[in-house]
Design a binder for this molecule. Structure first.
Ligand code: SF4
Length: 289
């Protein structure tokens, strides 16, 4: 049987644990809970929340909250760890409805940096995934000075530039982006902020180290999770084959994998529940279902 190396820590990051704690509190206090966007990129956890009656709403749907009338007192809107743009937050605040903002402290810090840079006349370049809710939140704090990074940025030379990363980016990608900005835009002034999440970086470093020692890296987590995707990329960059598991239904094929590979690493994203990682390990140890 293949030797299993479980990469620790695993389970939810501190930001998600805190958000889930607040949602649990809301369950006791409010009869209606609306979650603005998916709390995390993990279908199992989202399914659990929906089964508890928590309704996930999109930003474009929020206007109905203003028409709730007397129900407003018993209703709460939960802002997820990725936060929400300044404009949307203001709009919900104006509805006079209860709000629990679970934006993660690391992301809040990035928002404050973006806001200050903008005030000081810097262009704020955010290195991260286009369309990711966290990136959109940070960009809203930089207002018209916010730019999402791409290789061919539309920036003139001799500008004041501040650079911020999405919290779940990896160090290599961030450094490459910074070098590109220095080489191609000759900034008048450049301020670089380390806004990478230390909890994510710790997992990435462990994956990099273990990927050198195992034949296969099993990545456990939602396919839409940016930090889980990054772990897969890091393992592959180290020349390690990877297999991405998102649900228990996919586990039978792992029986075959454990026959083919002598050493298997297990890595998981910060939005993957500890219990699911334990189940994957259990199944791998017995050679699949
Ligand atoms: S991954 Fe890091 S930045 Fe994102 S919610 Fe968790 S603790 Fe916060």
């Amino acid at each position: 049987m293949a030797k299993i190396h479980l990469i620790k820590p695993y389970g939810f990051c501190s930001g998600l644990k805190r958000a889930l704690y607040w949602i649990k509190n809301c369950e006791k206090k409010y009869s209606q809970i609306f979650l603005l966007g998916e709390l995390l990129h993990n279908p199992m956890v989202i399914k659990d929340l929906k089964e508890k009656g928590i309704k996930i709403i999109k930003e474009k749907e929020i206007d109905f909250l203003n028409n709730l009338k007397e129900e407003k007192d018993k209703t709460v809107v939960v802002i997820r760890t990725h936060g929400v743009s300044k404009e949307i937050l203001k709009k919900i605040q104006n509805f006079g409805i209860n709000i629990i903002n679970t934006i993660c402290g690391y992301i809040k810090k990035s928002c404050l940096i973006a806001e200050n840079l903008k005030k000081e006349g810097y262009w704020v370049v955010i290195v991260g995934d286009w369309g990711h809710p966290e990136v959109k939140t940070i960009k809203s704090f930089a207002e018209e000075k916010g730019i999402i990074y791409k290789k061919n940025l539309n920036l003139k030379n001799n500008q004041k530039i501040g650079v911020i990363s999405q919290t779940t980016l990896d160090e290599t990608t961030y450094k490459e982006a910074i070098i590109n900005i220095i080489n191609n835009f000759q900034p008048k002034e450049l301020r670089i902020f380390n806004t990478l999440c230390p909890e994510v970086i710790e997992r990435q470093k462990k994956v990099k180290e273990i990927a050198k020692k195992v034949d296969l890296m099993v990545i456990v987590g939602g396919k839409n999770s940016a930090n889980t995707k990054r772990l897969k990329e890091i393992a592959e960059r180290e020349g390690c084959e990877s297999f991405w598991v998102t649900s228990l239904k996919e586990l039978p094929s792992l029986k075959t994998l454990s026959k083919k590979f002598a050493k298997i690493g297990i890595a998981s994203g910060t939005s993957t529940p500890e219990s699911f990682v334990d189940l994957v390990v259990k199944n791998l140890k017995k050679g699949g279902n």
